[in-house]
Design a binder for this molecule. Structure first.
Ligand code: 5AD
Ligand code: SF4
Length: 439
């Protein structure tokens, strides 16, 4: 049996796609290996959301040159967003690369690899195929358990064209998958023992809107609530402009929907938001946050930020800081703006100096760290319902689980707690996790 190694960069969407690659290759007699040196086939699933992410691909490819020299039978393929963006240019740039396959070509991998192997041709295939092309059967190979948690893609692509973002170009137009098919996949996973589902899409809030007669995202959540054995439902990612009252009303009403929303705001200044083409103002955003907190007290809210977008002034950035202070997010991801090919913002004048971006990022992150820690500290002494999903990373003799608000809790306990929900008294708060004891 041949062996395939899959290296994944980037987001949860890519991780899910890598599982599909694994499943597809498994179907044609490839076994997954964690060790690159043993592989007959190496697939790199790439990310191009920021320049730094893209550079990781080139540095891994550089390191693979020796391996390919030593083992000329090795086939190396690059998929994902960098593949889609660069296409045949990647083959020119990297002479030891055999195959480039786009974000919507995963299902064709076996045929492409066969073509590379038999004809010894180097190939680039990046057609932006439309229509549903998901691998319909289960995530796992026959005889393998999918585990306790699984991600289910409910839509692909994006139509929002935020001025900085490469996603609409590399992932194509938005397409929702049929709700019946999603239900069938979730039911099958739950029947195999999956207790937590993460619903994935670039903008799950607009799920179904581009599909005649389809349920809305809130309707989909209602449908999934009743799947037997499904303890927890999470979703990511949301767009503030499409966050409907109907969806807000799901929190606290749908029993297995976790009280957490990731709602990227990106910036706090209206002029920056407008140039970003985000489709909402800071007032719209703050209003939705108030509504969420009113409907579901205790809901955890996280967000994404970009600092140093072209023409962002110090006053604009202060508005971002104001917004962060007003909302008191549970956590944020924040990035320096990075120019991406094809995007409108890469041609905007007044690019902000790298040093200034760094200063703004530091200020934002320093503030948020204090908020995150103090939010964790308010939980000390409380009892939290923790669903146990594995072992503690730092001390594997301890168990690790999460609250419904997505906070990581480590605590001592027997291995058979796995997959159970246990009450844990929180005793210590750290920036990235909590520590406690079962009561
Ligand atoms: N530069 C910096 N950050 C970006 N993001 C998307 N595109 C860029 C870019 N060009 C960030 C946004 C998005 C997250 C996934 O990545 O904050 O929400
Ligand atoms: Fe990119 Fe905007 Fe689409 Fe998110 S909503 S993937 S930021 S274009």
């Amino acid at each position: 049996m041949k062996q395939v190694h899959i290296a994944t960069f980037g987001c949860q969407m890519n991780e899910r796609d890598s599982q599909t690659m694994a499943r597809v290759m498994n179907g044609c007699d490839y076994r997954i290996t964690e060790r690159m040196e043993q592989a007959d086939l190496i697939l790199i699933n790439t990310c191009s959301i920021r320049r730094k992410a893209e550079e990781k691909t080139y540095s891994l490819l550089g390191r693979l040159k020796d391996l390919k020299n030593r083992n000329p039978g090795l086939v190396i393929g690059v998929g994902g967003c960098v593949a889609q963006q660069e296409g045949p240019r990647l083959l020119e740039r990297v002479p030891h690369l055999d195959l480039v396959f786009g974000t919507r070509m995963i299902h064709q991998l076996p045929a492409l690899i066969e073509e590379v192997r038999s004809g010894k041709n180097r190939l680039s295939r990046i057609e932006m195929v439309q229509g549903e092309l998901y691998v319909r059967d289960l995530l796992m190979a026959p005889g393998c358990s999918p585990g306790l948690k699984a991600s289910v893609t409910i839509m692909q692509g994006c139509n929002n064209y935020c001025a900085y973002c490469v996603v609409p170009y590399v992932r194509g137009p938005e397409e929702s998958r049929g709700s019946r098919e999603i239900l069938a996949e979730v039911e099958a996973l739950a029947a195999e023992g999956v207790q937590e589902i993460l619903l994935l899409g670039q903008n799950v809030n607009s799920y179904g809107l581009n599909r005649e007669g389809e349920l809305t995202f809130a309707g989909l959540l209602d449908l999934l609530e009743k799947v037997p054995g499904l303890e927890r439902i999470r979703f990511t990612t949301s767009h503030p402009k499409d966050l409907s009252p109907e969806l807000m009303g799901c929190f606290g009403r749908i029993a297995n929907l976790c009280e957490h929303i990731h709602l990227p705001v990106q910036a706090g200044s209206n002029s920056v938001l407008e140039r970003m083409n985000r489709g909402y103002t800071r007032q719209d955003y703050l209003k939705k946050i108030d509504q969420l907190k009113a409907r579901c007290p205790g809901i955890a809210i996280t967000s994404d930020f970009i600092v140093g977008f072209p023409s962002e002034t110090e006053a604009d950035f202060e508005e971002t800081m104001d917004l962060v202070k007003a909302v008191q997010f549970d956590d944020i991801f924040s990035f320096k703006y990075s120019n991406r090919p094809q995007t409108p913002a890469s041609n905007f004048p007044d690019q902000v100096a790298e040093e200034e971006k760094g200063r703004r990022l530091m200020e934002l992150q320093t503030y948020q760290k204090k908020v995150t820690l103090s939010k964790h500290q308010t939980l000390v002494g409380t009892i939290q319902q923790v669903w146990v999903e594995g072992n503690s990373k730092k001390s594997p003799q301890d168990r690790m689980g999460r609250t419904r608000t997505n906070k990581i809790v480590n605590f001592p306990g027997p291995p058979d707690l796995l997959g159970k929900t246990v009450p844990v008294r929180i005793e210590k708060a750290y920036i990235n996790s909590l520590k406690g004891v079962v009561v």
